[in-house]
Write a protein that binds this ligand. Structure first.
Ligand SMILES: *Cc1c(COP(=O)(O)O)cnc(C)c1O
Length: 366
């Protein structure tokens, strides 16, 4: 291992997740792995029942509440199993064979969520984007809600196709949101939601920890007699410490929450994310060489999906970008082409460097 500073040895990372993390948080973690809070013991080695980690969890929750202005009407918990477990946990807690939830099907991740929900109750597909190859977010006239759904489920940012809701779906029913890949990238209207969840590894920290925000009065309707690990109420009652929690993941999310607060909060995140995305979409729209995958009205600020004129050039683009210290730009295998993930922690300079590289590459190969 080298002793060089992080900055001098790091390249720009456009990977979809696990993904780039804020440099300040990584440097703090380097120190705390050795010795956290002057305790003489590293964060990875402390008991979760001790005062040091107890404080880490309390601060992480308090800072999370500050970041998104989350009221006491909501519980904030940290879970394991990723967003994929939330696909199952949510219907397991809130559906039964005689109950229905509405699902808005906008891509590969909602497909997985729908599969899990069907194990526990009825799924009404209020929208199905399969026929359009998920190239857009539905408008109100494309959505048909059922009469009385327990909740309306949507995936706020479709990481693979590169589409994103510009605002939550319009409905009077409570929403369940998969915000895995855009959580805390812009202000959120928490109060329209029953449940919001996000794995760590896109915008919040390392993999292994999942942030779940749940409305407490909705929780009162949850099913009883569930396995304790999969029972939201038990997890809330135990303060995310039913069993040994993913301490490091929660610790790191706590650092990221502090970083968000120190950098303009969600408004600050949104402003920088808009600017970064504009740089890349402008590079696409300003050339005849690149083509965007998502419809213009549905474009994701987090994952920009695009193509060159052919697959050989896509591959050449990925290889030459890496030679220029721009990594992780290959599109998802189901979509092909290219994908630039521009999460909160991706520096503005990274987006600028990519936009410049795109212009140069188009000129040489167009
Ligand atoms: C990555 C991702 C998931 C899956 O997250 P895991 O932590 O791997 O379970 C779910 N939904 C979306 C939108 C994602 O981007």
């Amino acid at each position: 291992m080298t002793t060089a500073t992080a900055t001098s040895t790091r390249i720009f990372n456009f990977a979809p997740g696990p993904a780039v993390l804020p440099e300040q948080c990584l440097k703090q973690a380097q120190q705390d792995i050795w010795n956290i809070a002057d305790s003489g013991i590293g964060v990875l080695e402390h008991s979760h029942r001790g005062s040091v980690i107890k404080k880490v969890f309390e601060e992480a929750e308090a800072d999370c509440r500050k970041v998104a202005n989350i009221s006491d009407d909501y519980a904030v918990i940290f879970q394991q199993g990723g967003s994929t477990l939330q696909f199952a946990m949510c219907p397991m807690n809130f559906l039964t064979p005689d109950k229905t939830a509405d699902y808005l099907h906008t891509g590969a991740w909602s497909k997985k969520a729908i599969r899990e929900a069907k194990l526990f109750g009825n799924v009404h597909l209020a929208y199905d984007g399969t026929g359009d190859n998920f190239d857009h977010i539905p408008g109100p006239d494309e959505i048909n809600y059922s009469a009385n759904p327990e909740y309306v489920y949507y995936c706020d940012n479709n990481t693979i196709f590169g589409t994103e809701w510009s605002a939550p779906p319009q409905t009077d029913h409570l929403l369940v949101a998969d915000m895995c890949s855009n959580m805390f990238s812009r202000p959120i209207d928490i109060n329209r939601h029953a449940v919001l969840f996000a794995s760590g590894q896109k915008n919040l920290g390392p993999s292994g920890g999942t942030l779940v925000i749940i409305r407490k009065d909705f929780l009162e309707k949850a099913n009883a007699d569930l396995p304790v690990m999969l029972d939201y109420q038990t997890q809330v009652d135990k303060g995310s410490m039913l069993n040994t929690p993913p301490v490091f993941a929660v610790y790191f999310m706590g650092l990221v929450f502090k970083w968000i607060l120190a950098n303009g909060g969600l408004k600050g995140m949104a402003k920088r994310n808009d600017e970064k995305a504009k740089l890349i979409y402008d590079a696409i729209d300003g050339s005849d060489f690149y083509q965007a995958v998502a419809r213009p009205d549905s474009r994701s600020r987090m994952n920009v999906t695009f193509r060159t004129p052919n697959e050989d050039l896509d591959a050449k683009f990925v290889a030459e970008a890496l030679e220029n210290d721009l990594s992780g730009l290959k599109g998802h295998r189901s979509v092909g082409g290219l994908r630039a993930s521009l999460y909160n922690a991706l520096p503005m300079d990274g987006a600028k460097a990519l936009a410049q590289f795109m212009a140069d590459f188009a000129q040489k190969n167009g």
